[in-house]
Design a binder for this molecule. Structure first.
Ligand code: EPU
Length: 437
């Protein structure tokens, strides 16, 4: 049997420009929003990624026609009447739960499989459910599914007990067609939410307070199809900026919104790199000075993004000195730690904090990507580890990094995707037996 791996050789300092794709975490809610109308919606700047394909599959299952050409997605919902999102699709991607709000709002019913946990913990959806109930939906959980029904949803006040991107998305998608006024307090303020508000307002919704944690929605009876551009992927951009830092190179990320990356830029500047922002590009220059590791703590936007935490850890691991990485969003998001340690990193995790003693002497080894961002961290560490780093379970990276090999190649890194034989049971059993015995 064969499995696909990335082979990452030690790289020179990365140099050059890389064009950043549209944000998958913006596109997924934009796609779900098209279920709110009967018409032909267009989303531009859409990356070719597995998660986008999965959401397209969910929409098709519900009756939509979806075409993805170049970077434009055309979604025809004129004959879209399905209200069930089954487990075999939801289990591929948690964001499938975004269809709950729009189906309930337009059709008065929705049946969506519970997404279950992910690599680093349970990741509940209680806020999504409580929010629908606040809008007068009746919700039952049975056989692993969320069954929700309502006449017309009723506008209401709802306060998120913690900031949640996904629950804010779902509540927006439900409340735009509700009867009366909805006020959402402590709503997430990530740029992807603003992108969704822009799309919904272009469809005819009445949402006020964009960019703030209090959103006021005056429900309307109908929405029409619209055309929207997805915002640039701030996490992809951040990953390439950290790649510039870790290889002591000079990298420009283009077609980005620098304001979305303030926390990362501040932290990179504190390490000693030089950062130059233009209207839609950011250049990092890490060639001239010895960098020092900087401690970070993740938090809701505009604080340091949890989706850049593993990549930042890879940087700290490679810089001489002591630092700490704390994740306040996902206290257990540390699956990459054991893999980074296989490359020679010195990391200890206590609670939601990883304590790192950095060393530039990492050595290449076979490692496993446990999730998308963990995989990105291993690529970054692999660029400076000696010899080759072979990363398996790379399907995780296909969910969120478009043309990863091509983009790294433009910067001078020659990452290869190849097939690798998987050990047979017998071959695996032998070393295990010797370990046990
Ligand atoms: N939470 C609850 N109950 C809920 C919802 C969330 O307790 O009903 C908790 C979560 O367990 C977590 C915190 O609230 O501790 C924040 O989670 P949030 O709901 O904001 O996360 P999400 O919407 O499920 C999105 C991104 C993630 C990103 C997080 C945090 C998408 C499709 N996913 O997830 O992206 O980590 O926000 O910024 O937008 C990734 O791209 O690699 C990724 C995991």
């Amino acid at each position: 049997m064969m499995k696909e791996i990335y082979q990452v050789p030690t790289s020179q300092s990365l140099q050059g420009d890389v064009i950043i794709s549209g944000a998958k975490n913006a596109v997924l809610p934009l796609m779900a929003a098209t279920l709110l109308c009967r018409g032909i919606s267009i989303i531009n700047n859409v990356p070719q990624l597995d998660d986008v394909n999965t959401m397209a599959e969910v929409l098709r299952y519900l009756g939509a026609k979806v075409e993805h050409q170049n970077s434009s997605l055309t979604i025809d919902t004129r004959e879209c009447d399905g209200y069930q999102a089954p487990y075999h699709l939801v289990t591929k991607m948690r964001a499938s739960i975004y269809v709950l709000g729009p189906l309930l709002a337009r059709l008065g019913q929705a049946s969506v499989a519970l997404p279950g946990g992910c690599a680093w913990g349970p990741r509940p959806v209680d806020l999504h459910i409580a929010g629908m109930q606040a809008l007068s939906a009746k919700v039952e959980l049975s056989h692993g599914n969320i069954h929700a029904h309502a006449g017309r949803l009723q506008g209401a006040d709802f306060t998120f007990s913690i900031s949640s991107v996904g629950a804010t998305v779902n509540l927006l998608l439900a409340s735009v067609l509700a009867d009366g006024t909805t006020r959402l307090f402590n709503a997430a303020i990530e740029p992807e939410i603003d992108n969704l508000v822009d799309q919904l307002n272009a469809m005819g919704a009445q949402i006020f307070g964009k960019g703030t944690s209090t959103l006021v929605i005056e429900g309307v009876t109908e929405l029409k199809a619209a055309t929207i551009d997805a915002i640039p992927d701030r996490i992809e951009a951040g990953t390439y900026l950290i790649a510039g830092a870790i290889t002591q190179g000079k990298v420009t990320v283009k077609q980005v919104q620098p304001a979305h990356l303030t926390a990362l830029i501040d932290s990179l500047t504190a390490t000693g790199t030089l950062i130059c922002c233009e209207d839609d590009s950011i250049t990092i220059d890490a060639q001239q000075r010895a960098l020092q590791p900087i401690s970070i703590k993740t938090g809701p936007y505009p604080l340091f993004a949890t989706d850049l935490q593993p990549q930042w850890m890879a940087l700290c691991v490679s810089l001489t000195g002591v630092s700490q990485v704390t994740d306040t969003i996902y206290p257990d998001r540390f699956q990459h730690v054991a893999e980074l340690c296989r490359l020679g990193a010195n990391i200890r995790v206590k609670g939601n904090t990883a304590c790192i003693i950095g060393t530039p002497n990492l050595s290449g080894a076979p490692v496993k990507a446990s999730d998308l961002r963990a995989g990105a961290a291993l690529i970054l560490a692999g660029l400076i580890a000696s010899d080759y780093t072979e990363i398996s379970d790379i399907h995780h990276l296909d969910r969120g990094y478009q043309n990863l090999i091509g983009k790294f190649a433009t910067l001078g890194a020659t990452i290869k995707r190849s097939h690798h034989p998987v050990a047979t049971n017998q071959a695996i059993a032998a070393p295990l037996l010797s370990l046990c015995g």
